[in-house]
Design a protein around this ligand. Structure first.
Ligand SMILES: C[S@@+](CC[C@H](N)C(=O)[O-])C[C@H]1O[C@@H](n2cnc3c(N)ncnc32)[C@H](O)[C@@H]1O
Length: 292
């Protein structure tokens, strides 16, 4: 619906400039589509405006934001104020600026970009933007795409936990995965993922499910799990992941900061998962764990 596509939730939070990097990471962690940073006065404070899909349930979003900002080191007084806004100039500018992005073995082609971008060497992923995280712009998605290219073997069973736009599930299909299940608890994200599957001719290749990620781990055994979702959720998910992976199965984890690595690796070891690979794009980290 055009009205809903041009509606966004803005979360405004005012922070000391020294905490900008952590705060922006905390906002991305919750799945924002873009962040605008404004300095006021003598730059004693920064105002961050983070934009989220207009259909996101607001109460849940507010709770996730508070939790995420606390985790990256902002005190409890950094309470984001939420309001509904129409797509402003920043959205139009951002959308116009999107170009086809070569990422590892893929070419991510944002909606509206020229089909001439089709590359014979790279697998094309067409992605709509606007109401779900996962346009290929964000460092965490990019690292997942690269790690997927390096660690997926053909015909493997894949689960994409927190699929957002569906970009990682589609990428897995393009590389010859067998069964692919993609899960999200946000109906708006699932609607975008469904549309993206259609645009890419992958309806029927990916089973989309509305579910919490922990519950979805009970839906079978998987050779590869893709999880780009934020450190706290990942930490709680590790025991479920360990049970869902086959022997030799791997989990690509992203959405965590470099500072989160040690804590997550200790928790992973407690679940019998070992580190196989790692990528970093400051301040973000992505880990590949293996069940021996
Ligand atoms: C950062 S986005 C990742 C999107 C995409 N996989 C990517 O890599 O770009 C995280 C997604 O996880 C979903 N999510 C967060 N917590 C969840 C939970 N507990 N259960 C199911 N989905 C969740 C959000 O709705 C969001 O779409």
């Amino acid at each position: 619906m055009p009205g809903e596509r041009s509606r966004f939730i803005r979360a405004r939070v005012v922070i000391p400039p020294a905490l900008e990097e952590q705060a922006v990471a905390g906002l991305w962690d919750v799945g924002c589509l873009g962040v605008q940073v404004t300095a006021a006065g003598r730059v004693a404070r920064l105002t961050l405006d983070a934009y989220f899909p207009g259909l996101a349930p607001r109460r849940r979003l507010a709770a996730r934001l508070r939790c995420s900002l606390l985790q990256v080191g902002l005190g409890p007084r950094a309470r984001p104020r939420l309001s509904v806004v129409r797509a402003g100039r920043w959205i139009e500018k951002w959308q116009r600026s999107l170009r086809p992005m070569p990422i590892g073995r893929f070419l991510v082609v944002p909606e509206g970009c020229d089909a001439a971008a089709v590359s014979p060497r790279r697998r094309v992923l067409r992605v709509r933007f606007g109401q779900a995280f996962g346009t290929g712009e964000h460092a965490t998605t990019r690292m997942c795409l690269r790690l997927l290219g390096a660690h997926l073997r053909s015909d493997e069973r894949v689960i994409d936990l927190g699929t957002g736009s569906g970009i990682l599930a589609m990428a897995a299909c393009r590389l010859g995965a067998g069964r692919v299940v993609a899960v999200d608890d946000d109906p708006a994200a699932l609607a975008v993922a469904r549309a993206n599957l259609g645009d890419n001719g992958l309806v029927g290749s990916v089973k989309l499910r509305r579910s919490d990620v922990a519950a979805a781990c009970q839906s079978g055994a998987f050779d590869l799990a893709l999880v780009n979702i934020g450190a706290s959720t990942i930490e709680g998910l590790l025991p479920h992941l360990a049970r869902a992976l086959t022997r030799g199965g791997r989990a690509v984890l992203a959405g965590l900061l470099i500072d989160d690595e040690d804590r997550l690796l200790r928790a992973a070891a407690g679940c019998g998962l070992v580190l196989l690979d790692r990528r970093r794009l400051r301040p973000w980290s992505a880990l590949v764990l293996r069940r021996p």
